[in-house]
Design a protein around this ligand. Structure first.
Ligand code: F6P
Length: 338
């Protein structure tokens, strides 16, 4: 009887519970396996914080946001001695292999753990949609829906007050959420890390637009870095991408164009609540296939969506890379700027 560990690691996202449910149901129903949940990301692996996951555990979790296992951003290999603890916990629980559901950091850590001999199958899960070699990650569709709804709402207040509304969205070092939600929400400008721009260009576009419309919506990815915008000093350089690009852009726009400007930072709202049906379906597809791969012994792979099909890809080709926004997609969104 296979005994499989299950972890969620990194930033949470809608769809994680759908994936947990799919892995568990397939492993138990099809392979009569035992599923051992590892709590709170890789910190649970180091501490030996394990709990059995049953069909009852996953009953009713499909539409729930977050992760019933808990997650963290702990790097288990930060302390090189931890690998011995990890291996002894896995031996004690007789765990043959693990399914790790998580973001880029989770995939990078999993890749390192495979070099220590652990058997792992990864499922990509992040609102950032930044996992190399994958077409789409679950979590992304829900974040885009939330951000689009926010942008839709901001149109009416910006129009009423004849203002510029700057909307800062998440995405770490990529602009996927900004590009998709900006396009879907009819943004007048979209600023992303992948495309160089300057505050001068931004302001001249706004000034030109305000000759015919009295308001503008500017969507800014948190990792964007337009030339001429002085970033606020981040509390902690580690999370500098979270600190204030929207605020800085808004301040510069108002100063230079003299148009009243306000800022809305969507932050963790984009990660909360129930997943869209698209995220539930993708999470379920990847979870079922990950269970098949881990039982068949196809380890050290990522199970991802590519060209609309679920495939396994070697962690060697995915780890350490970031999927940047497709320039063609941004090109389409830019048709509607101004
Ligand atoms: O990786 C997902 C994400 O939401 C990023 O878009 C964002 O920059 C980061 O996590 C926030 O991290 P935390 O939840 O640890 O504050």
């Amino acid at each position: 009887m296979p005994r499989i560990g299950l972890i969620t690691s990194g930033g949470d996202c809608p769809g994680l519970n759908a994936a947990i449910r799919a892995v568990t149901r397939q492993l138990i129903n099809k392979y009569d396996a035992e599923v051992i949940g590892i709590r709170n990301g890789f910190s649970g692996l180091v501490e030996g914080s394990f709990e059995p996951v049953s069909l009852y555990s996953v009953s009713g979790i499909l539409p729930r946001g977050g992760t019933i296992l808990g997650t963290s951003r702990i790097d288990p290999l930060a302390d090189p001695r931890a690998i011995d603890d990890i291996k002894s916990h896995l031996d004690r629980y007789e765990i043959d292999a693990m399914v790790v559901i998580g973001d880029r950091d989770a995939i990078d850590v999993s890749h390192k753990l495979t070099k220590h001999g652990l058997n792992i199958v990864c499922i990509p899960a992040t609102i950032d949609n930044d996992i190399a070699e994958t077409g789409m990650c679950f979590g992304f569709s829900t974040a885009v829906k939330i951000a689009t709804e926010a942008i839709d709402r901001l149109h009416s207040t910006a129009d009423s007050h004849h203002r510029v509304m700057v909307v800062e969205v998440m995405g770490r070092e990529t602009g996927w959420i900004a590009t998709y939600a900006g396009l879907a929400g009819g943004a007048d400008i979209i600023l992303i890390p992948e495309i160089d721009t300057s505050i001068d260009e931004i302001c001249s576009l706004i000034t030109k637009r305000h000759a015919r419309r009295s308001f503008s919506i500017v969507v800014v990815a948190e990792g964007a870095n337009p030339v001429g915008v002085e970033r606020l000093k981040a509390r902690d350089e580690e999370i500098s991408h979270q600190h204030g690009v929207g605020e800085c852009v808004a301040r510069e726009i108002e100063k230079r164009t003299e148009v009243e400007t306000r800022i809305a930072v969507l932050g963790h709202i984009q990660r909360g609540g129930t997943p869209t049906s698209a995220d539930r379906i993708l999470a379920t597809r990847l979870g079922v296939k990950a269970a098949d791969f881990v039982v068949s012994g196809e380890y050290n792979v990522l199970v991802g969506l590519r060209d609309a099909r679920v495939r396994s890809m070697s962690l060697d080709t995915v780890a350490g890379r970031v999927k940047k926004v497709d320039p063609d997609m941004y090109e389409i969104a830019s048709v509607f700027f101004g």
